[in-house]
Design a protein around this ligand. Structure first.
Ligand code: FAD
Length: 449
């Protein structure tokens, strides 16, 4: 059979969401699953790419396989509450399909513009990790195109080691072509949200611990407040609203989508606008506005408030930004977060977006979550940033924590190896599936995975 001709483009300065780092890449875009093996033909290293919502270099390489046109729904089983789709389907497309039928994603990150393949490869977590685990915990099976051109079906029973390594394996075991995962039944598209302010870090940790039974929890944290206000935060708790809990005005269309205005940042903004003072002012305003409150809101503003603003990443300027996300083991979380927040206050380059979450147990492979607290912070790229982040890395490693690969574009290989003690067993499985290292990214090369 003749090899199909695949669309290939040469991209200059391809980036992910942080606009840092950049790569020149040859991008192959298969349109059907049967075209995929041809995408491997020119050799590697190559890497699968979804919607580029990882922040650093996880889906950058000299050769990239763009998976987003492989976005067909294969099956939806309302009885079993499962969906099967190609890996290039976005979570937004899945939601559009399943919410009107009374289902929701079992786990969702803070944007719905990620693909199912990307959610599997990063084993993404949401606001419910402490209760429901990560995305991989809900995958019943997946199909993987391996380096040898064979597509294998992996599940907890078939090829279990390859299945586990692929969940959180950052695309290094092969290309996920399709997957079947469990959904969560819902009666409405709305969330009952409770907002609670916490005066400092001790108070927010106490609030998290008092609310471990709540399905969704996440806190915004003012990372520039110091002294007795260090770690002052606002906790957001949420549960899916049942039909009877909805206000009367919403009861006639409980599963409706939410339309509305979308904003755009049309240009890169000068990154001089972002400094310790502007972040301080912004944080003060937020803390004053977000008083304790209960309300019912659509899932869109609850889970994806930033999706409303297209290209919001441009506010950090052309040089881009880094999202720094460590997790610390539970017993080290409080003291470690104090150390990190004090270092940030000294550096005086606060983060507009600083989010604290509680994780449950960890899984195998090189998946990120471990039992403890995780903090996500955005910093614009600057001369001094990387030295500063190296000092934060030292705190994280000393306290037994690790950095999230899906957000990373700058960590050193030794920091990675120290944080992921399961690396050796991951490598064993990966080397068996891909002995010649066909699959590789800028991230995997930088970190010597
Ligand atoms: C605003 C925002 C909020 C976020 N919030 C969260 C959050 O709360 N929790 C969280 O966990 N993450 C979060 N993320 C990160 C995001 O969920 C992950 O980086 C996700 O992997 C991005 O998916 P993608 O489709 O854009 O993949 P890409 O960014 O293109 O790729 C990410 C990784 O997936 C691999 N990959 C993609 N498709 C395939 C495939 N078909 N087969 C094999 N490998 C593949 C790539 O090789 C790469 O290693 C957030 C990102 C943004 C921009």
């Amino acid at each position: 059979m003749p090899t199909p001709t695949l669309p290939i483009t040469n991209e200059k300065d391809l980036t992910n969401w942080g606009n840092f780092p950049r790569a020149d890449a040859q991008v192959v875009t298969p349109r059907r699953l049967d075209e995929l093996p041809a995408a491997l033909a020119s050799g590697g290293p190559l890497i699968g790419r979804g919607l580029g919502r990882s922040y650093g270099d996880a889906s950058l390489a000299a050769k990239v396989v763009q998976m987003t046109q492989l976005n067909r729904f294969v099956a939806f089983d309302a009885q079993a509450g499962t969906i099967t789709c190609e890996a290039g389907c976005s979570l937004a497309e899945v939601l559009d399909h399943v919410v009107p039928r009374g289902f929701f994603l079992p786990v969702t990150p803070g944007t719905k513009f990620v693909t199912v393949g990307g959610a599997i490869a990063a084993d993404v977590h949401g606001k419910n990790h402490h209760k429901d685990g990560s995305f991989g915990d809900h995958v019943l099976w997946l199909e993987l195109l391996r380096a040898d051109g064979r597509t294998v079906r992996c599940s907890p029973n078939a090829e279990p080691a390859l299945f586990e390594a692929t969940l959180g394996g950052m695309g290094l075991t092969g290309l996920v072509t399709q997957a079947c995962f469990r959904l969560k039944p819902i009666e409405s598209a709305y969330i009952r949200q409770t907002r609670k302010r916490a005066a400092n870090l001790e108070a927010i940790f106490r609030l998290f611990e008092e609310n471990t039974q709540t399905t969704y929890s996440m806190a915004w944290i003012d990372c520039l407040a110091g002294g007795s206000r260090l770690g002052r935060s606002v906790l957001f708790l949420g549960e899916h609203a049942t039909l009877s809990e909805l206000p009367r005005s919403l009861q006639s269309r409980p599963l409706a989508a939410r339309g509305g205005l979308k904003l755009d940042v049309p240009l890169f903004l000068p990154n001089k606008l972002l400094n310790g003072w502007s972040v301080r002012l912004f944080n003060e305003a937020l803390f004053r506005t977000w008083r304790d409150k209960r309300m019912t809101l659509h899932y869109d503003p609850f889970f994806y408030p930033l999706d409303k603003i297209h290209h919001w990443n441009r506010i950090y300027g052309r040089r881009g930004f880094v999202q720094y996300q460590p997790v610390l083991p539970l017993e080290q979380s409080y003291d470690g977060m104090v150390e990190i927040l004090e270092a940030i206050a000294r550096f005086n380059q606060g983060s507009f977006l600083a989010v604290l979450k509680l994780f449950g147990d960890q899984r195998r492979g090189i998946s990120f979550p471990m039992r403890g607290y995780t903090l996500a912070l955005d910093f614009p790229v600057s001369e001094s940033l990387f030295r500063f982040l190296d000092t934060l890395d030292e705190i994280v490693v000393r306290r037994g924590g690790r950095i999230y690969l899906a957000k990373d574009g700058r960590m050193k290989a030794k920091t990675f190896a120290a944080g992921y003690p399961t690396l050796a067993s991951f490598r064993e499985v990966r080397d068996e599936a891909d002995p010649t290292r066909l699959f590789g990214s800028q991230l995997s090369q930088r970190l010597s995975i």
